[in-house]
Design a protein around this ligand. Structure first.
Ligand SMILES: [Fe+2]
Length: 235
């Protein structure tokens, strides 16, 4: 007989895709999330005007190491200015300098080891903010966060397939005057590496995803292409 899934899921396909280490605990994953959020704020604190995206990424690596994360399940993505319209997967053509009033997003994927059990938990957190004042870019950043919160609340109240969740985000983004990037579409999270179970996107799930084992990603674009905003966290 197989080990019962910690979240009590019964569908064999879903259980396989939502696989975790037998020692995995949701609170371990949430602790990794909190550590990642702490790192996010520390990295934000080291940004300086004129710095390049590459320099900021090097600084981020230092902060993560100092906080105790020795590896990352995905590398750090930092984007400035019009670079915020690019997805974390898109290669940057340049490493632009940070200008005052630029929007900035970080996407962090550090691994945190639980000292008691040795289980390696994946962190994944992304958010956008503005250096200085830029009301339009700030509104876009706030909207990405709001869209995430709306989708999460909807999922908790009316659990739905990932495809429905992204359909909802698409409509809500349009209502706010933004364009949703459909290729930024969420994924599994868990103990490292979740890739041994699946690399499926959240938007592709044909079942109701368990809320703590998936990351919801939202990236929206200014219709004039001047900037974008990214937000991601555990569903
Ligand atoms: Fe991420």
């Amino acid at each position: 007989m197989s080990t019962p899934h910690p979240l009590g899921i019964h569908s064999p396909d879903q259980s396989k895709l939502e696989g975790v280490d037998p020692r995995f605990l949701i609170r371990g994953l949430l602790h990794a999330r909190d550590q990642t959020l702490k790192a996010f704020h520390e990295i934000r604190g080291i940004l300086k005007e004129g710095m390049t995206e590459k320099e900021a990424s090097k600084g981020a690596a230092r902060v993560l190491l100092e906080l105790g994360s020795k590896k990352q399940w995905h590398r750090t993505h930092i984007r400035f200015g019009t670079g915020t319209t690019l997805s974390f997967n898109e290669p940057t053509k340049s490493s632009p300098n940070l200008n005052l009033h630029d929007p900035v997003y970080f996407d962090l994927g550090p691994v945190w080891t639980d000292p008691e059990t040795g289980v390696e938990y994946e962190g994944d957190y992304g958010d956008t903010f503005v250096m200085g004042e830029n009301p339009e870019a700030q509104h876009c950043a706030d909207s990405a966060r709001l869209l995430f919160q709306k989708a999460k609340a909807r999922h908790h109240a009316h659990p739905a397939r990932g495809s429905e969740l992204y359909g909802f985000l698409n409509e809500e983004a349009r209502a706010l005057g933004y364009i949703l990037r459909e290729d930024v579409s969420g994924h599994r999270i868990g103990d490292f590496p979740h890739h041994r179970f699946t690399k499926m996107n959240l938007s592709e799930t044909s079942f109701i995803p368990s809320e703590s084992l998936w990351v919801l990603e939202v990236q929206i674009l200014d219709p004039r292409g001047r900037f974008g905003a990214f937000f991601e966290d555990i569903l």
